[in-house]
Design a protein around this ligand. Structure first.
Ligand code: CAA
Ligand code: FAD
Length: 378
């Protein structure tokens, strides 16, 4: 058993840590307030090699593994979970292409993303179907050599600005998951439009959109896998991409701990720093316990992904455990800050708003428990 990172992984981690401190942390609060995606961060991530890192070498990418991606993710989220979501939702967008596409398709769709700063998106959720993803209502009808897509997708990260969006649709609404297809839709496809969703509670530096498809035509060659494979491609994708959400959650918890330690040493009450009260120390200890445990869990899940071993059970545990642990850490960080924690002057207020989403997206934590329980019972 090996617990240490390779030299390359440590360098990658340092690169991402420096990137978060230099490019993300100084602007995070501003873009959260503006509710705007900081495109310059996407450009800089591209320049330094932190964007779309999962694109394989044969398609012109870096071909990094899941553990590498998670090490990056933990650092990005330490800086800002909203900006993490911009960059990691792009990795999510390319993953169905890694899971379900031919090598020719991977080159056709992914190589352009390596040539300029570009994002990808993953469009599964709909206004009426989130957890029950197989009940999708967006339709795809074959007309000659083209698929014609109609319907609405909801809550799509990077939706509308992504160069490519993998869209899941049904060819027959009564056919369940066996009638689903995964289709790659380019940004400029005719009939494809989006509406930005405003006033999110947190992660406001990420763009979340409703996507509207009105007779959008894509060639048959944009279909990933076979007819009926759409839902399974989505599930196999999420089994992998829930791991970076766990890593990002650990990043948030680490930030909550660091901010709390700093504040607890500075703030005095009853004639001494509050760090000297055992009640405060126990909160810090609790955070540290969660961070260490959560990191072990996400790293194990990431390792299984990289070893091509079954990983759905572990990724669901990592996602649910780490997001709940990070929520508690952010909550306690506010408590440590007292009244100052409740306003935007200190970063901990934003941490709590941001981290709530980690319990909802990439499958709610109730759905993670459905996955975990099915594994336990089978
Ligand atoms: N891998 C491969 N195949 C799988 C699978 C997996 N992980 N899970 C299910 N399948 C297969 C099953 O074997 C079954 O196949 P057969 O019929 O051939 O046997 C088929 O898929 C249907 O399986 P289920 O009956 O188990 O499916 P279900 O309808 O009960 O749904 C679910 C299962 C786990 C609840 C699933 O619907 C789910 O994960 N829902 C949550 C959706 C979700 O996570 N959305 C996230 C959107 S992305 C996002 O949020 C990103 C972001 O914020 C940035
Ligand atoms: P519902 O499915 O309606 O669930 C409502 C409640 O019921 C939840 O508590 C849920 O856990 C519970 N519930 C439902 N079914 C069960 C069950 N079987 N057992 C127990 N409890 C259950 N989706 C994408 O496809 N791509 C994206 O990029 C993306 N980005 C997102 C970004 C943001 C900011 C947000 C808010 C969401 C994003 N989503 C995205 C959607 C997200 O994945 C869904 O919101 C999520 O899967 C839950 O679906 P829902 O909102 O329809 O809730």
């Amino acid at each position: 058993m090996e617990f240490s990172l390779s030299d390359e992984q440590r360098q990658l981690q340092q690169l991402a840590r420096d990137f978060a401190r230099k490019e993300i942390m100084p602007i995070a609060a501003e873009y959260d307030q503006k509710e705007e995606l900081p495109w310059q961060v996407v450009e800089k991530a591209f320049e330094v090699g932190l964007l779309n890192v999962g694109i394989p070498e044969h398609a012109g990418g870096l071909g990094l593994g899941m553990l590498d991606e998670c090490l990056i993710g933990e650092e990005l989220a330490y800086g800002c979970m909203g900006i993490f979501t911009v960059l990691m939702a792009s990795e999510l967008g390319i993953t169905p292409i890694l899971v379900g596409a031919t090598e020719e398709q991977q080159k056709r769709f992914l190589t352009p993303l390596t040539e300029k700063p570009s994002l990808a998106a993953f469009a599964l959720s709909e206004p009426n179907n989130g957890s029950d993803a197989a009940a999708m209502g967006t339709t795809a009808v074959l007309d000659g050599d083209e698929w014609v897509i109609n319907g609405t997708k909801m809550w799509i990260s990077n939706g509308g600005v992504a160069e490519i969006t993998v869209v899941f649709a049904t060819t027959n609404k009564s056919g369940g998951h066996k009638a689903t297809v995964a289709l790659v839709v380019p940004k400029d496809a005719k009939g494809f439009s989006y509406n930005k969703i405003k006033h999110k509670m947190g992660q406001r530096a990420s763009l979340t959109s409703e996507l509207v498809f009105e007779n959008v035509r894509v060639p048959k060659e944009n279909q990933l896998g076979g007819l009926g494979d759409g839902f399974k491609i989505a599930m196999k994708t999420l089994d992998k991409t829930r791991v970076p959400v766990a890593a990002g959650s650990v990043g948030i918890a680490r930030r909550a701990l660091d901010e709390s330690v700093k504040y607890a040493k500075d703030r005095a009450a009853f004639g001494k720093p509050i760090a000297e009260f055992q009640a405060i120390q126990f909160k810090l200890a609790e955070m540290a316990m969660g961070i260490e445990t959560g990191r072990l869990m996400y790293q194990k899940a990431a390792w299984l992904v990289d070893q091509h071993q079954p990983h759905g059970f572990e990724s669901a545990i990592a996602k649910a455990y780490c997001s709940e642990m990070a929520f508690n850490a952010a909550n306690e960080a506010i408590q440590v800050h007292g009244g100052y924690g409740y306003v935007g002057e200190y970063p901990v207020e934003k941490l709590l708003r941001d981290v709530k989403l980690n319990q909802i997206y990439e499958g709610t934590n109730e759905i993670q428990r459905v996955v975990i329980a099915r594994n336990v019972l089978k």
